[in-house]
Every structure is written in structure tokens, then in C-alpha cells.
Design a protein around this ligand. Structure first.
Ligand SMILES: *Cc1c(COP(=O)(O)O)cnc(C)c1O
Length: 432
């Protein structure tokens, strides 16, 4: 298959050789909100947003760190001039327009972008069960979910998921708080500290010495065997995707508060680290609903794991794996170590992602260290993948085309990383 794909798409030859590449999506097109054949619509995002508001009293009660934001998990939008200067120097280009970082590394409860989708999906499942069994109705106070009565009820039910780490953390933490039994199937990439933290929360962790796709498969089989089992399917979950999409509604308000205009004359470029494609896909889906053709999502992947890019270039989506072109899916960016993309995100967004690029592991370390030196932010390696995006875009598409642009780099994880782990990454990056 490899040679045939390279013949059809020469860039795949560079990808197979482990080079960092940039691909402008040839199928990028005007966005049609609520296209008749779209199976997810604006109203689905609004509904997810309302559900998170209903659960805010529960979140405040179960996770006091969410009180400051009234039980809503949201991250700040941070101006990053220091990083902008660094990128200009390192990549030999001066970036037009302001650079912001959307700091999901600092999200409360589970410290990564998964605190959006993962937590949302578990809350939705809990609500579905509670409604079905007459424990609550939607206009009551959801603080009741933080009670022995509810925990006893949910203790009969199991939630299962397969993860490279952070999804497991988010599902494990919220699932345990609601009283569910939780089983997380972890891929070989998962960091030890993530497994330890889950076990301390009473979560069962099953370790696999294979990659993410296998961990998901095992999890799915286990959940199917149990009639009170529920599987959070990272490869194919609409609730997860919608939980991420809500981010766009929040970002719209934050940009307004900063006095930023977003329209076709003032485009917004958003750089998103991509693993299976659920988080960046859901966020992009939300962004297109809010900003239409004024927003341009750009996806970032490790050179060894460009699954979404490969699926998009070939149009084969989940029918192709990075292993088919000889890549090994090994990367220090554990959150992005995925060889085969989502079953639906790429298909749904085939015309909605502006471009894709890949990053070397060594570069992610350098960017991680530099982000601390310039902005004082501590992130995990996966979260660094979006950082070079504005510079790479300038190099490949030229500056005039993106005059008047605003750039937002999505920083997807970090605040739960133990200090000594973070320091190791920092030292590797600051040496180079
Ligand atoms: C999961 C994750 C991503 C990517 O999300 P996908 O849904 O797998 O594409 C990016 N960064 C971090 C830190 C993550 O944990």
C-alpha cells in the first residue's frame, strides 16, 4: 500500500521518511452551517452547553477548585508576545498579528483538554441514567449528584475507556467522583504517573503493551460484555466531540471581552494538537459554527503519528494507519500517539480544516522549555505541538495572505504533570 500511496501523493514519501511536513488541505471549502446531511448541528452544541450549566452546582460541590468559575471548567486566553518573538527568530519569519495561547493546560479537575470532552460525556451518561431511573428531573438542583444516594446508585454501573493517558485521567476522576466503577485500558505510551494517579483514585487500570488502538479495542470488548457497562469510545463518540465543541462558545465571549474582531477581513487561525482527532475536531466544529469562514483550524501532529493528516490526504480516514506507511507511532507526545484516526471526525470535517503539519519530538521539547522561559507556562510535550503553527503557516503560505490575522495556539495539557517529570522534559528542551 505504501508505494501506491506515495505515487498518488508525493508528500506521503516525506512523511514516511519521518520528515516534518506542511499540507494545505486541498479540499478546504466554504463552511455550510447545519448542512442538510450534517448529523451534528448547532443545536447539539447548545444542548451540550446547557447540560454543563445544569451540572455546574454538582461540579462546585464535588470539585471546590471549580467554585471560582461557578462550576464551569474553562481556561484563560493568554497573550503571548514573548513566544511570538521566539517563533519569529527560530523560524526566520515575523508573525503578523497577535499570538494568544488558549491555556487548557490549566483546566481544573483534570488538567488537559480532556476535561472538556471526557468530563462532559460522563456527566451526560450520569444524567441519562438518573433521568431513566427517576432520580432527578432537569429543573432540579444537580448538586444532588454529589451525595451518597447517587453514588450508591452509580456504583452498580461501570464506565470503561481506552486511552493514551489524559482521557483516562478525566474519565477516572469524574467517574469516581460520581460513584461509578471505572476501568481504564492504557496504551504502552501512557505515562506511569498517570496510571498511579488513577489507581490512587480507586480506578482500575489495565495496562497493554500495545498502542492506543489496541487499548481502545480491548476496552470496547470489555464494556460490551457487561450490560451495566458504558464505553467512552474515543474513536467514535458524539458526546465527547460535542463536549469539546462547547469551547468555541466560550472562546467567542473571551475574544469579545478582549475587544477582538473576527470576520473575514480579520481571520482567526487556531492551532490544535491532534491525536485521534476528537478534541481538535470537536473544537473546530464548534469554531466553524461560531465564526464560519472567518476561522481557520490548523492541526498539528508528531512526525511519527500523523494519522489525521494521512487520513485526510488519502481520503481514507480510519481505513488507513500510519503503520501502513512504515511509521512506528512512537513519540514523546503521549497524548498524540495515535496511529489511526477517529471514525467520523475527519469525514465530518474534511472540508473544514485549513491545513496540517507535523513536528519532530526534539522540537516539542525545545518549545516546551521555551514556553516556560518566555511565558512561565508549564505544559506537557503534546501541548507543544501547536506552538510552531503560526510560524510554519507564515513560512508556507506567506505573510500577506494572513495580514490582520489573530493566532490562537491551543495548549492542551500540563498542570497535572508532577514537577519532577516536567523538569526532565524542560531540561531536554533547554539543552538543544
Ligand atoms: C488527547 C490530547 C490531545 C488530542 O486530542 P485527540 O482527541 O486525541 O485528537 C492533545 N493534547 C493532549 C495533551 C491530549 O491529551
Amino acid at each position: 500500500m505504501k508505494n501506491q500511496l506515495i505515487d498518488q501523493h508525493p508528500i506521503i514519501g516525506q512523511m514516511a521518511a519521518g520528515e516534518a511536513v506542511f499540507w494545505k488541505n486541498e479540499y478546504y471549502t466554504a463552511y455550510q452551517t447545519d448542512a442538510p446531511d450534517a448529523f451534528l448541528k448547532r443545536e447539539d452544541i447548545m444542548e451540550a452547553d446547557r447540560r454543563l450549566s445544569r451540572f455546574a452546582p454538582f461540579m462546585e460541590s464535588a470539585f471546590p477548585e471549580t467554585k471560582a468559575q461557578d462550576g464551569i471548567i474553562e481556561s484563560p486566553l493568554v497573550h503571548a508576545d514573548g513566544m511570538k518573538d521566539f517563533l519569529g527568530e527560530r523560524y526566520g519569519t515575523s508573525i503578523a498579528g497577535p499570538l494568544y495561547i488558549k491555556a487548557d493546560d490549566s483546566l481544573t479537575v483534570s488538567g488537559s483538554v480532556k476535561a472538556r470532552g471526557g468530563i462532559y460525556e460522563v456527566l451526560k451518561h450520569a444524567e441519562d441514567l438518573a433521568l431513566e431511573h427517576g432520580l432527578i428531573n432537569p429543573d432540579e438542583d444537580y448538586a444532588q449528584f454529589d451525595s451518597e444516594k447517587f453514588r450508591k446508585f452509580f456504583s452498580e454501573y461501570t464506565i470503561v475507556c481506552g486511552s493514551t493517558g489524559n482521557l483516562g485521567l478525566s474519565i477516572g476522576i469524574i467517574g469516581a467522583a460520581l460513584g461509578f466503577k471505572v476501568v481504564i485500558h492504557m496504551s504502552s505510551d501512557a505515562k506511569q504517573w498517570k496510571k498511579d494517579m488513577l489507581r490512587r483514585n480507586g480506578v482500575k487500570v489495565v495496562e497493554h503493551d500495545d498502542d492506543y488502538s489496541r487499548a481502545v479495542e480491548e476496552g470496547r470488548e470489555e464494556a460490551l460484555r457487561d450490560d451495566k457497562g458504558y464505553f467512552v469510545d474515543d474513536e467514535d463518540s458524539e458526546p465527547l466531540f460535542l463536549g469539546y465543541a462547547v469551547a468555541a462558545l466560550r472562546l467567542e465571549k473571551q475574544l469579545e471581552a478582549q475587544g477582538m474582531t473576527v470576520d473575514e477581513a480579520h481571520p482567526l487561525y487556531v492551532y490544535l494538537p491532534c491525536g485521534v482527532g476528537s478534541a481538535p475536531g470537536g473544537i473546530s466544529f464548534g469554531l466553524k459554527h461560531v465564526f464560519g469562514d472567518a476561522v481557520h483550524p490548523v492541526f498539528a501532529e508528531p512526525v511519527q503519528s500523523p494519522c489525521m493528516m494521512l487520513g485526510m490526504i488519502t481520503g481514507m480516514h480510519d481505513e488507513v494507519s500510519v503503520r501502513d506507511i512504515g511509521l512506528d507511532n512512537r513519540t514523546i507526545a503521549d497524548g498524540l500517539a495515535v496511529g489511526r484516526p477517529s471514525k467520523f471526525a475527519g469525514k465530518l470535517l474534511a472540508g473544514s480544516i485549513h491545513s496540517f503539519y507535523t513536528v519532530q519530538d526534539a522540537e516539542m521539547y525545545t518549545l516546551l522549555a521555551e514556553l516556560y522561559d518566555r511565558e512561565g507556562m508549564k505544559i506537557e510535550p503534546s501541548a507543544a505541538a501547536g506552538l510552531p503553527g503560526p510560524a510554519i503557516l507564515h513560512q508556507n503560505t506567506g505573510r500577506p495572505g494572513i495580514r490582520n490575522a489573530t493566532h490562537i495556539v491551543w495548549s492542551t495539557g500540563g498542570s497535572m504533570v508532577p514537577e519532577e517529570e516536567w523538569r526532565k522534559d524542560y531540561l531536554r528542551g533547554s539543552r538543544g
